[in-house]
Design a protein around this ligand. Structure first.
Ligand SMILES: [Zn+2]
Length: 112
């Protein structure tokens, strides 16, 4: 039987390469700003307070404490598998669409 203390999660920083998760910080699910130039109060509330909270792969913001850079990652919320990480590109800017084609895509993580 495995013990959680015996496991280590490596996440690939786009700058530094694979790092122990303790050297990084997950800042939570990425969100998209409302598309309207003058969003309604409801749209703003949903943007600020609501999250999809999916069971599956979700896009998240991560911060690397080593190089002090922010990056995006796709992580499975149940298995903790990090599918990929990348530097945010123009498509990832607030209000941007899917950034799946952003540059600097890298493999995600390994559970040891
Ligand atoms: Zn880094």
């Amino acid at each position: 039987m495995w013990n959680i203390a015996d496991m280590s999660l490596l996440v690939t920083c786009p700058n530094c390469g694979p790092r122990e998760v303790e050297e990084l910080r997950c800042a939570g699910e990425s969100t998209k700003r409302p598309a309207a130039a003058a969003p309604s109060q409801r749209e703003l509330n949903e943007y600020v307070y609501f999250r999809d909270n999916v069971w599956g792969v979700q896009r998240e913001w991560w911060f690397c404490r080593v190089c002090e850079e922010w990056f995006l990652a796709e992580r499975h919320t149940y298995t903790n598998e990090v599918v990929r990480t990348w530097h945010p590109g123009p498509a990832d800017s607030p209000g941007g669409r899917d950034g799946s084609e952003a540059a600097s895509q890298q493999e995600g993580a390994q559970v040891l």
